[in-house]
Design a protein around this ligand. Structure first.
Ligand SMILES: [Zn+2]
Length: 485
């Protein structure tokens, strides 16, 4: 029987060191595949703690794995540590104020996510070592979750083949078992090539790549009506072909992100988007090149792991906040552009399951201090994560832990400023405790692993994992990053 107290006490006594780490990674604020300092810091700590560290995995210098133990079940704790572009923001303020204009910021709280999982891994390792127990604990340093699909490449490279259970968490505005499906996606560049010409003196000689991008977007917007209502289609024009209206634009590029509830469905819509692009190229007599950038699979939930996580969450207890932390949360809430809380629409259909009291808290509270019941039916969250790819090959589940005020928009400056406060740190410590106890539960009870694996087999229903990123596509790591290691 795992002595929970030993683990919980160890985490409590050693938390300051890890809070500092989360703050350091917050300050590094490195975006996808550029997490040089963040990865080095975590690898150093793992090595100091006696983990065997393998580095530069799956063509990504900032991907690594720390392993302790040789025998017994293999439990993976997933970590992320990438920031988002354009979200630089000063800490502890309720005003939008970047540290560096257009700089990067931790708008998804991954500074907490990675360190929380790392702390859980280290506490489990210490417990196994001290008690001379069989079992293998691994921390997976997964780069580029934001628009990079780091885990998808790691799965494609077979780095999860011998893993029995994978666990993760995400900073959130409520405490709940994040055992919900997410959308699969494919992101691709559509690069059009035309012929440059003087737009007034010889327009008949020109073939406009920008026209092609515009026509493609018009076509895609018509297509939108004829795709599943759960599917999503977004685009950003990444090259307009220049600033001169008197030049026919010879080059233009648009980046598309297609999402749908299953890989197959996403692929079908993606193929239709390619046809739209080809149509636009035909209309404008330009050429189009399609460059697949990244893709992730839909997440397969696992109720066996979800219920262990829930029991351990109840045992650890949700984070509790001080008046000062709540007052800061109120000021943050006052800065939101809308009073509509995304959590309210997310859980609106489950009012009866949550109970009026709990639902009112989601509607009215500042910092959420309860744990939502583990009875929420499986909905598909309108977002994507590369945890999805892991969940196809290993039974996987995760929790959401309160780190920010209710209503905080994801990927916002308000998120950046909150994930380096004491409230955010409290959420991270709770997450580490729940993950550590859950990992040990699976190490101790191998029958639970079998049950979780059976559940995955049943859910896959004979569908095999097929990596949504073709073999020839490599992670989009900038060249300079390779020289840093
Ligand atoms: Zn995130």
């Amino acid at each position: 029987m795992v002595k929970s107290e030993t683990i919980l006490n160890w985490i409590e006594e050693n938390k300051e060191r890890f809070i500092k780490m989360a703050n350091d990674i917050w300050e590094f604020a490195e975006i996808r595949f550029e997490e040089v300092k963040s990865a080095k810091l975590q690898m150093k700590v793992l090595e100091e703690e006696g983990f065997e560290v393998s580095k530069g995995l799956a063509d990504m210098p900032t991907a690594f794995i720390g392993t302790y133990g040789k025998e017994g079940p293999v439990i993976a704790l997933l970590g992320e540590y990438d920031a988002l572009a354009g979200l630089s923001q000063k800490p502890n303020t309720c005003e939008k104020e970047p540290i560096i204009p257009n700089g990067h910021g931790h708008g998804c709280g991954h500074n907490l996510l990675g360190v929380g999982s790392l702390l859980a891994a280290i506490s489990v390792k210490r417990y196994l070592e001290k008690n001379n127990l069989e079992g293998t604990i691994r921390y997976y340093g997964c780069p580029g979750e934001e628009g990079g699909s780091g885990k998808t490449y790691m799965v494609r490279d077979g780095l999860f083949t011998d893993v029995d259970i994978a666990l993760c968490w995400h900073p959130f505005s409520t405490n709940f078992i994040f055992n919900l499906a997410s959308l699969s996606n494919i992101q691709a560049y559509f690069r059009f090539k035309g012929i440059s010409a003087h737009a007034a003196a010889g327009p008949q000689f020109g073939r406009s790549a920008l026209d092609a991008v515009e026509l493609m977007n018009v076509g895609a917007n018509y297509l939108r009506e004829h795709i599943d209502s759960d599917a999503r289609l977004h685009y950003a024009i990444t090259n307009t072909g220049g600033n001169a209206p008197n030049v026919v634009q010879a080059d233009a590029e648009v980046l598309y992100l297609v999402r749908a509830p299953t890989n197959q469905h996403t692929k079908e819509i993606y193929e239709r988007v390619i046809k739209v692009a080809q149509g636009a190229a035909m209309m404008t007599e330009t050429e189009v090149e399609v460059i697949l950038d990244k893709a992730t699979s839909n997440l397969i939930p696992n109720n066996i792991i979800g219920s262990v996580l829930f029991d351990k969450f109840i045992e650890v207890g949700p984070p509790q906040f001080t008046e000062e932390e709540i007052s800061f949360g109120e000021d943050i809430q006052a800065s939101f552009a809308t009073n509509e809380r995304s959590e309210v629409s997310m859980f609106a259909n489950f009012k009866n399951i949550l109970g009026k009291e709990m639902f009112d808290k989601i509607k009215n509270d500042v910092l959420f201090e309860d744990i939502l019941p583990n009875k929420i039916p499986e909905i598909v969250l309108p977002g994507s994560t590369d945890v999805g790819d892991v969940s196809w090959v290993v039974p996987t589940s995760q929790i959401g832990v309160t780190c920010v005020a209710l209503g905080t928009p994801g990927h916002s400056w308000q998120e950046v400023t909150q994930v380096t406060t004491s409230a955010g740190h409290k959420g991270m410590i709770v997450a580490a405790k729940v993950l550590a106890l859950t990992a040990l539960e699976f190490i101790e009870k191998s029958e639970l692993i079998e049950e979780a694996k059976n559940e995955l087999v049943n859910r896959l229903d004979s569908n095999n994992y097929e990596c949504p990123i073709p073999a020839e596509v490599k992670p989009s790591v900038p060249k300079w990053v390779f020289n840093e290691f």
